[in-house]
Design a protein around this ligand. Structure first.
Ligand SMILES: [Zn+2]
Length: 236
């Protein structure tokens, strides 16, 4: 299996996919959101810095995120990882290549979960959770719907929306993600390192299967060979 660098817009399901890979393939899930929250709760020097930035409503800088991710990567000792929420910018993408090279980590694959804004919005707004037992449901997904309208199957509590988003705020969030990540997607695409999985019409189970297939079969050298052929380069 390969390390996975996930590029996934909101509501593409990467949380569920990551959980599955952690449980069944022993991946370590490195989510920058989680890393930031952990650092703050540990009260480290870095954590205090992050807390101050967030309190002031400022963005956490590239440098800070990079050093946080670098810390985690050096602790892995060869364990497989999923990188989630990183790289977000071109600067971070360049830095990530340097970090992985200096750690001698070469078995990586960049997976882009491609989903339309309409489909993502439907999925995001259909997520509900039981505030009592925390079981989650999906109103538009057969098999994940509650049996009785808006009531928890297990404890009969009225279900609540999982996100504060309205359709408009979700779509804005989604489109700004794509705008911000566009240069990162192009960066990997140009180097022929991006594997795109279109997930609009697929169930989460099928997407998980596809991700596993990519992570187990993707070969860097064959991709590069293919790229050389396409670009008319020599074959030696
Ligand atoms: Zn419940």
């Amino acid at each position: 299996m390969k390390n996975i660098i996930f590029i996934a817009p909101p509501a593409a399901g990467k949380g569920t996919i990551s959980d599955y890979l952690v449980e069944n393939y022993n991946y370590v899930h490195l989510s920058t959101g989680d890393l930031l929250r952990t650092e703050v709760s540990l009260g480290t020097l870095l954590g205090k810095e992050i807390d101050e930035l967030i309190t002031k409503g400022k963005l956490v800088s590239d440098d800070l995120i990079i050093s946080l991710v670098n810390n985690e990567l050096t602790k892995l000792n060869g364990r497989l990882f999923i990188l989630d929420g990183f790289p977000r910018t071109l600067g971070q993408a360049h830095k990530l290549d340097q970090m992985l090279a200096s750690l001698g980590v070469t078995n990586n694959v960049v997976i882009y979960l491609d989903i339309d804004v309409e489909e993502a919005s439907k999925r995001a707004l259909g997520r509900v959770i039981c505030p009592n037992c925390k079981r989650s449901y999906h109103l538009y997904n057969e098999g994940f719907k509650p049996l009785n309208d808006n009531l928890c199957d297990d404890c009969n509590t009225v279900l609540e929306k999982r996100s504060d988003d309205t359709e408009v705020t979700f779509k804005n969030r989604f489109l700004s993600y794509l705008t911000n990540t566009g240069p990162v997607i192009d960066y990997y695409k140009k180097q022929n390192r991006l594997v795109k999985i279109s997930i609009n019409d697929k169930s989460i189970t099928d997407v998980i299967k596809e991700v596993i297939k990519v992570a187990s079969e993707y070969s860097t050298s064959s991709k590069e060979a293919e790229f050389r052929l396409k670009s008319g380069g020599s074959n030696d």
